[in-house]
Design a protein around this ligand. Structure first.
Ligand code: IPM
Ligand code: MG
Length: 358
């Protein structure tokens, strides 16, 4: 088969990790008889530098002409919050998610067998295993609500960010979560703050409706503060966790940390029709950019998700995941996951090692 992939290399370590991911894609192509065509798409701080805005005109169309989008990372101190919105990389990231309608963000957090010792939780807790899938709503809520900043008469400046959710938005992300749970251990934990927020009460009522419809899937409500606590107390209790945009942003960083390193976790963002977007959940790590130090595994595992979900090639996806586990089992580590005294390999070497196991 032939696939067309949009590559958003981005900023910081983005270009280095995307290079290694492309190496893996090509190796899979050789082994399994597929060909790939790549389209470079400029987005993020590098786009601001090149054309004056982080989300150049035509970006969404270019991505839509491809079968899938692979993104390294965007952002960096050079394009900070003091810059106008159209120059900030984060603006571009939110815009592409919205324009492609990528409302479902899947963030699997699994403790890889070879890395059990990297889990910062108690040994007994880690032994129970961690294998959860965070399903984060990605195109609604407070990230996209009306914002305002205005002068008050007696309290100085005031700012507001509106959090809004419609039944339609809640139902479609809820369905994703229940469908994913059916392919896994058949449990959905829906995270909200229904004791305080009206959006959460609506969220909960829609989820309850779905829970009745998907009666073969176990269901529970979890308050977001309690969920933050349960993730470090007993993460093994979770299978699919579904939540709104900002809660999901926060909880997915927490979930990644308990698996050892944020450098290991992939993600997929998908909608109903446009090509899905795959990216590591970590950022652009400007402090180590260009030094061959970054861990390419999260991006490589994102490529595995691309094969699984966008290309529907499960054997190829399995081969990539098995290659990563084999390399880790042999003891190879990048600096972020090496323990004291262990030697580390660089980005390129880690990429080559994974390729050689495919
Ligand atoms: C993420 C990131 C983004 C988000 C930032 C960079 C805007 O933290 O993908 O989790 O908050 O969604
Ligand atoms: Mg985040």
């Amino acid at each position: 088969m032939n696939f067309k992939i949009a590559l958003i290399r981005g900023d910081g370590i983005g270009p280095e990790i995307v290079n290694e991911a492309v190496g893996v894609i090509n190796k899979v192509g050789e082994k399994f008889g597929h060909t790939f065509e790549y389209v470079d798409v400029l987005l993020g701080g590098c786009a601001t530098d090149a054309v004056g805005k982080s989300y150049p005109d035509g970006t969404a169309e270019l991505c839509r002409s491809c079968d899938a989008v692979l993104l390294g990372a965007v952002g960096g101190p050079k394009w900070g919050s003091d810059k106008p919105a159209e120059q900030r990389p984060e603006t571009a990231l939110l815009a592409i998610r919205k324009d492609l309608g990528l409302y479902a963000n899947l963030r699997p957090a699994a403790l890889r067998p070879a890395l059990a010792e990297a889990c910062p939780l108690k040994k007994e807790t880690a032994e129970g295993g961690i294998d959860l899938l965070m399903v984060r709503e990605l195109t609604g809520g407070i990230y996209f609500g009306k914002r305002d900043k205005y002068q008050t008469e007696d309290r100085g400046l005031e700012a507001t960010d509106l959090m809004a959710y419609s039944e339609m938005e809640i139902e479609r992300i809820g369905r994703r979560a229940f469908e994913m749970a059916r392919l896994r251990r058949k449990k959905v934990s829906s995270v909200d703050k229904a004791n305080v927020l009206e959006t959460s009460r609506l969220w909960r009522s829609v989820m309850h409706r779905l829970a009745e419809e998907y009666s073969d899937v176990a269901y529970e409500d979890v308050l977001v503060d309690n969920c933050a606590m349960q993730l470090v107390r007993d993460p093994g209790q979770f299978d699919v966790v579904v939540t709104e945009n900002m809660f999901g942003d926060i909880l997915s960083d927490e979930a990644s940390m308990i698996t050892g390193s944020i450098g290991l976790l992939p993600s997929a963002s998908m909608g109903d029709s446009a090509p899905a977007l795959y990216e590591p959940i970590h950022g652009s790590a400007p402090d180590i950019a260009g030094q061959d130090k970054a861990n390419p595994i999260a991006t490589i595992l994102s490529v595995a998700m691309m094969f699984r979900y966008s290309f529907r090639l499960a054997a190829e996806a399995d081969a990539i995941e098995a290659a990563v586990d084999a390399v880790l089992a042999e003891g190879w580590r990048t600096a972020d996951i090496a323990r004291e005294g262990e030697s580390a390999v660089g980005t390129r070497r880690m990429g080559e090692l994974i390729c050689s196991h495919i």
